[in-house]
Design a protein around this ligand. Structure first.
Ligand code: NDP
Length: 244
């Protein structure tokens, strides 16, 4: 799709204050989308929206707070005319050995990474359906390969993958659901790890990360711009006794 074909398509990006979300907001805006940047750090999203200029708005919203997400959806409807694309990107990766000491981390990861995406999707769904839109869920390689010390983070991403596949089948042909599974990307993700020795070890890996968030943003834009072969998908998903 060209820049002009994206004009007036509205993309809502959660976790747009840094890393992959900020890069996605910049990339989609450059491709002609109107963008709504959602995150908790108001100063960060306001500064990115100001840098982008016309067609970009910042909305402070914590994805674990449904009332805030509902208010955000109302603002997107009123100011941009409703969402066509939702990028569920907000996430935290609080790695460490499994132990009761990390139990708050576990709850937080499930509430942000999994429930946050589910809540944001159910709140925005009617807007997205209206325009025949897209949902892009940012999962991870940890959604397919679990390792020691990443169990609950991996569980949130495995959960996201299962939920996304069900949603993908259910929402066709109105809405296309896409899952993106990055590996190590150079962002501030590891800086929030509360288990000190794990944070230091993981940070070492991130210090030599070669994938930039802009590259993931390009993949997201590429996926959104692909033609939608929904008729074929619909036929393939019909129960076998209805085929042929
Ligand atoms: P960042 O830490 O840079 O970005 C995370 C974003 O999530 C921030 O904008 C943060 O904004 C937001 N966020 C966190 N908690 C909440 C909340 N409760 N409500 C709303 N927003 C929230 O890391 P990345 O860019 O790397 O992470 C983006 C996504 O990519 C995550 O889902 C992550 O799991 C996934 N991913 C990242 C990989 C990597 O190696 N970097 C690899 C695979 C997947 P704020 O604090 O302002 O609210």
């Amino acid at each position: 799709m060209t820049e002009s074909q994206n004009l007036h398509r509205v993309a809502v990006i959660t976790g747009a204050s840094s890393g992959i979300g900020a890069a996605t907001a910049r990339t989609l805006h450059a491709e002609g989308y109107l963008v709504a940047l959602l995150a908790r750090r108001r100063d960060r999203i306001e500064s990115i929206a100001a840098e982008l200029g016309e067609g970009a708005i910042a909305i402070q919203a914590d994805v674990t707070d449904r009332a805030a997400v509902v208010t955000a959806a109302q603002q997107v409807q009123a100011e941009l005319g409703g969402a066509d694309v939702l990028v569920n990107n907000a996430g935290i990766m609080l790695l460490g050995p499994f132990s009761s000491e990390q139990r708050t981390d576990y709850r937080n990861m499930i509430e942000v990474n999994l429930l946050g995406a589910i809540t944001t999707t159910e709140v925005f769904l009617e807007q997205i359906k209206e325009g025949g839109g897209d949902i892009v869920n940012i999962s991870s390689v940890a959604g397919r390969t679990a390792r020691a010390t990443n169990g609950v983070y991996a569980a949130t991403k495995w959960g996201m993958n299962g939920w996304s596949e069900s949603l993908r089948q259910e929402l066709l042909p109105d809405v296309r659901v896409t899952v993106i599974e990055p590996g190590v990307v150079d962002t501030e993700l590891p800086t929030h790890i509360t288990h000190e020795t794990t944070r230091q070890a993981v940070q070492q890996g991130y210090d030599v990360a070669t994938v930039r968030p802009e590259e993931v943003a390009e993949i997201i834009a590429f996926a959104l711009n692909r033609p939608r072969h929904l008729v074929l998908n619909e036929i393939l998903l019909r129960p076998a006794d209805q085929l042929g």
